[in-house]
Design a protein around this ligand. Structure first.
Ligand code: PGA
Length: 251
């Protein structure tokens, strides 16, 4: 059985007080027993929010990035070892914003995924195409190459700690969502590719989340698709009521 996951990505938003307030609203909510909630928290608040999340057994905390080296002279960076030392269970890697603004390539992400898994973090690996690639109808090939470049050498055991988030760049923060059918088509293609790379069991067990303007009004229909196992939500995850509605959108 694949997990049902509602993950939030706060990106570079919220003051400390606002982050605590938002977390309070989420951990005090009743979350369906079969749903896993993950909060993608700015690094500076991870320790505090992780402590708060422990009051609700369905809520977990994720970093939004981690460095590819374990430690060293990398001013301003955060390592997987640091995350582990404060008991953070998840890390988001390869978000399109980091690929674009921080030049994260598939090769670099391969190293980040490897070191995160070696240090017992659960990885949420993001992929997704730009509008130009979608217009050229090359999206499936493009996303497969992203997966190939960063994940193809992982073992089955590694893959049991990886969740994939498909996030078409043209739908992130734009208010434009992929249609439920577009999401399903891509998720099915990703699952078929996981089957090619790792076999049927991994393909069947890997959760694939959709991200890109998920909101209460569209979550039910998107999460209802056969190969969609939940969402990675930006804007709508930063308002407690709307995120709770999304959390309750699984059938
Ligand atoms: P959005 O962001 O929900 O605001 O479109 C999604 C994401 O970037 O993870």
């Amino acid at each position: 059985m694949r997990k049902k996951i509602a993950a939030g990505n706060w990106k570079m938003n919220k003051t400390f007080g606002e982050a605590v307030e938002l977390t309070k609203g989420i951990v005090e909510a009743k979350i369906p027993e079969d749903v896993t909630v993950i909060l993608g928290v700015p690094a500076i608040y991870l320790n505090k929010i992780n402590g708060m999340a422990k009051s609700n057994e369905r809520v977990f905390v994720s970093a939004q990035n981690a460095h590819q080296e374990l430690r060293g002279a990398y001013t301003g960076e955060i390592s997987v070892e640091m995350l582990k030392s404060i008991d953070i269970p998840y890390v988001i890697l390869g978000h399109s914003e980091r690929r674009e603004y921080n030049c994260e390539t598939p090769e670099l992400l391969k190293k980040k995924v490897r070191i995160a898994l070696d240090n017992n973090l659960e990885v949420i690996f993001c992929c997704g195409e730009s509008l130009d690639i979608r217009k050229a109808n090359k999206q499936e090939e493009y996303v497969r190459n992203q997966i190939k470049g960063s994940l193809s050498e992982l073992s089955d055991e590694d893959m049991s700690h990886v969740t994939i988030a498909y996030e078409p760049i043209w739908a992130i923060g734009t208010g434009e969502t992929a249609s439920p059918q577009q999401a399903q088509d891509m998720h099915k293609s990703i699952r078929a590719y996981l089957n090619e790379l790792f076999g049927n069991e991994i393909a069947a067990d890997t959760a694939i989340l959709y991200g890109g303007s998920v909101k209460p009004a569209n979550a039910k229909e998107i999460f209802g698709q056969d190969d969609v196992d939940g969402g990675l939500v930006g804007g709508a995850s930063m308002i407690a009521d709307s995120f709770i509605e999304i959390i309750n959108s699984f059938s």
